[in-house]
Design a protein around this ligand. Structure first.
Ligand code: ADP
Ligand code: ZN
Ligand code: ZN
Length: 801
């Protein structure tokens, strides 16, 4: 009997387990299966079929899911993800599974064979449960629990199983979503026959049948059952009646659910490339023609024509018989990109993201899998779409942290996985950004990535808008303590008087954590680590997340002796209120993560702004991303410092990106734009370089800091976070692991920091402490550490606060 090595969907001690292959079953690597694991039935993916078992005793595979087989390439990428991100194999494999596949088995209860009819000794609830199971033969736990108090039912069921009355079983359960079929209804009668039948129906007062026939005639003889139901509420009974009269015929067919990608659009004209675009495209085309892996960074501000380069590159990939993936940082932005791809490549684009219904996701996935669509657009998960011949992978706005999955394993970064896929398939990896990730730009400087600059905005003679840096300390000194500086206040007034639009935004991340002197701008930072201290509201202390240093909140500023110390943190709401107060007739809207993604990404807000129904938009950095609002001529950054002191080595990079993107929003139309940046630290290199639109200057300063302080890209980083409801036990466990790592890293280049409390010290009732490991290969030490449950390992975390 052959054996299958299976990666299973359960916290497991080993990468794979051995299972017997049932007689005559055809099992190959990549196949999705159900297997027994302890008392449970769990999902698994077969990674190898062997003549020998790796265990002494093996149980057979419970069942094999038809049609779902991961390719050898997908298996290899999953194994890369699992070793790179130190996670078990199954979650990495699961990235490639089609949407709608059931991961949980179904728990059912049946009457035990040995059990008779007696209800003796059963409580009221118990006998009720037994009666219901007996009537149905078998009932799911979910059905049995519904209606009653769930906990009581659960206890009763457990007790019934214990006493041998009921048997609990876990059954494989295949899909939550599948293909949708409908009937096409055709009129079959000829004209003469029809006239007679209509008269007959009318006489028989079969008004519903008559109405249906009339409708079909009006529709040229056929319509779908779905449409008939929606428009004239046709019932299956009416359809059957007409069918038996021989008047209509039904034909079943698959209907593909509609998404943006299947909506017809008007093809927009294809522009003639600028010389910069032509120069950028040339090496991409050459790489696509050669069919070998290469990596490029399109470096240009918003509006410089990057998307046009992606579109041309995708066109060339298709022309060479290959396919393309275009990743966008968030769902809300997918819509715009999808529209541009769909209008260029009608019918060939698929949209994949979690905002679609399960059915839509299933259909889009199938269109890709069948080769009906050969361009996939979506957020990071779209990377795992079943394209058979990828030739191009684009990451638009490659610096965005949404490309890193950090809430569940595998905690992968789409850029790294995309690179691995591109390497494995000889595809082109195309990154695009106006403010590249410092690590990516470092690769460009060292030649690993080819830099393709698009220095100018398309069709713009004015270039980037001038940025005015306002020193908020001066405002205070002259008695203005409002949120708006005088410069911003008058800029808003002027803009509104010209009937142009204003965009005001602030950085929500890090709100109310940073402590700063309002008099001199001093940000309280750790004496040992040169990172800002975070304010921990729970203990009312300042804490360093690098080394664990804790301090009281000082009463005086150590630099200028002022008592004017405050916690930074302003919400969009307060800014919006301030606008209404200062400009009562202005139409103001808030746009931040409280507004649902669908509304942001769909038409609502975007159209309101673009259609000029709004004068002032107040938002978080989300607004700064990707949207093109031609009417906006003034952008105000309320407080550029908020991002700067977040206790994370990447905080400068984030602040730079934020200010730059904000500038990119101003003056996208015919009117020139301007930007006002309010700050308490006007001399900071981040503010200075962002105000002069000088990425290179920022990069040079930043990379020097990273090299000196030994941060990525000069090392790799792993965050080890442990959480426990009890803080003492939490800290002790982290100290224990700290103690086991220390001797392991003695003769290596690894550096261990911590234990220290996490930035969010208590989350959902659990305390969190962490360690950070830095070095060239920090994963090696951790691979055989065997961390117990409760630990989260995050390789190259998006934030280390
Ligand atoms: P980015 O992706 O860098 O923001 P886009 O590709 O969206 O830039 O280009 C900005 C605008 O200029 C879009 O409206 C686009 O249609 C237009 N555009 C792009 N390339 C050209 C070109 N070569 N000639 C004319 N218009 C162009
Ligand atoms: Zn001060
Ligand atoms: Zn410190």
């Amino acid at each position: 009997m052959p054996y299958a090595e299976v990666a299973i969907d359960a916290p497991a001690g080993r990468p794979t387990y051995s299972y017997g292959v049932p007689d005559r079953a055809d099992v190959s690597p990549g196949q999705l299966v159900w297997v027994p694991f302890g008392p449970r039935t769990v999902r698994g993916v077969v990674v190898a079929v062997t003549p020998e078992s790796s265990h002494e005793t093996t149980r057979p595979i419970t069942s094999i899911s038809p049609d779902i087989v991961l390719s050898p390439r997908q298996l290899a990428i999953a194994s890369f993800i699992s070793s790179r991100y130190l996670c078990s194999l199954f979650p990495a494999l699961a990235l490639f599974l089609p949407p709608g596949v059931e991961r949980q088995s179904e728990v059912v209860y049946e009457l035990a064979e040995s059990y008779g009819d007696s209800m003796a000794g059963l409580s009221g609830l118990e006998s009720d449960l037994v009666r219901r199971v007996r009537e149905q033969g078998r009932l799911t736990a979910a059905r049995l629990r519904s209606g009653d108090d769930g906990a009581g039912v659960q206890t009763a069921l457990a007790s019934l199983v214990e006493r041998g009355v009921l048997v609990r079983r876990e059954l494989p359960h295949e899909r939550r979503a599948g293909p949708r079929n409908e009937f096409i209804v055709y009129l079959t009668a000829d004209a003469q026959h029809l006239t007679a039948e209509r008269a007959a129906l009318s006489k028989a007062r079969a008004s519903r049948q008559l109405q249906l026939v009339e409708h079909l005639i009006a529709r040229g003889g056929s319509a779908s059952s779905g449409e008939l139901r929606a428009t004239i509420h046709a019932t299956p009974a009416t359809l059957r009646a007409l069918q038996s009269r021989g008047l209509v015929q039904l034909e079943e067919r698959r209907v593909w659910r509609q998404t943006l990608s299947t909506c017809p659009t008007n093809p927009s004209p294809v522009p003639v490339l600028t010389s910069a675009q032509t120069a950028a495209l040339e090496p991409i085309v050459a790489a696509l023609d050669s069919g070998t892996f290469s990596e490029h960074l399109v470096f240009g501000v918003t509006g410089s024509g990057k998307t046009e380069v992606y579109l041309r590159a995708a066109g060339h990939a298709l022309a060479t018989g290959r396919q393309a993936i275009c990743l966008v940082p968030e769902i809300a932005l997918a819509a715009q990109t999808v529209e541009r791809f769909v209008s260029r490549f009608p019918g060939r684009v698929a949209l994949l993201h979690s905002g679609l219904t399960a059915g839509q996701q299933f259909d889009e996935w199938e269109r890709v899998n069948r080769g009906n669509a050969d361009i996939v657009v979506g957020p990071r998960s779209a990377l795992f779409a079943p394209l058979h011949r990828p030739g191009l992978i684009v990451l638009d706005e490659e610096h965005e942290w949404t490309y890193k999955q950090d809430d569940v394993a595998p905690r992968y970064h789409a850029r790294d996985v995309a690179r691995e896929i591109a390497r494995a398939t000889g595809a082109v990896l195309l990154l695009g950004s106006a403010t590249p990730d410092v690590g990516t730009y470092h690769r460009a400087v060292s030649g690993e990535t080819q830099l393709l600059p698009l220095p100018d905005r398309i069709g713009s003679t004015v270039g980037l808008p001038p940025v005015e840096v306002v020193d908020m300390r001066d405002e205070l000194r002259s008695g203005n303590s409002s949120l708006f500086s005088r410069a911003l206040q008058s800029a808003i007034a002027e803009t509104l008087s010209r009937q142009e639009q204003v965009l005001l935004f602030l950085n929500r991340r890090g709100t109310a954590t940073l402590v700063q002197c309002r008099h001199c701008g001093h940000v309280f930072s750790c004496p040992r680590c040169s990172v800002a201290l975070a304010h921990h509201a729970v203990r009312d202390r300042l804490v360093c997340h690098r080394c664990g240093y804790v301090a009281k909140i000082p009463e005086l500023c150590p630099r200028c002796r002022s008592r004017n110390i405050r916690f930074l943190g302003i919400g969009t709401q307060r800014v919006a209120e301030q606008v209404k107060e200062s400009f009562p007739s202005a139409r103001v809207i808030r746009w931040d993560s409280d507004v649902p993604a669908i509304e942001r990404g769909g038409s609502g807000l975007r159209d309101a702004v673009r259609g000029g129904h709004v004068d002032v938009v107040v938002g978080t950095q989300m607004v700064a991303k990707g949207h093109d609002f031609p009417g906006v001529t003034l952008v105000g950054v309320i407080s550029a410092d908020v991002g700067l002191g977040v206790p994370d080595y990447r905080s400068s990079e984030r602040a730079f990106q934020l200010i730059s993107q904000a500038s990119g929003r101003a003056g996208r139309g015919v009117q020139p734009g301007r930007v006002v940046v309010q700050t308490y630290e006007p001399d900071n290199y981040v503010i200075q370089s962002a105000a002069s639109h000088d990425y290179r200057a920022f990069y040079e300063a930043e990379i020097r800091y990273r090299r000196e302080a030994y941060y990525p890209p000069f090392c790799s980083m792993v965050s080890l976070m442990y959480s426990h409801p009890d803080e003492d036990r939490c800290r002790r466990e982290v100290e224990r692991v700290h103690g086991t790592i220390v001797p392991e890293i003695e003769s290596t280049d690894l550096r261990l920091t911590g234990p220290s409390p996490a930035f969010v010290r208590r989350l959902r009732g659990r305390y969190r402490w962490h360690l950070t490991l830095r070095g060239s290969r920090p994963g090696d030490v951790l691979a055989d550490l065997g961390l117990p449950r409760g630990w989260v390992v995050d390789v190259d975390p998006a934030s280390v606060a």
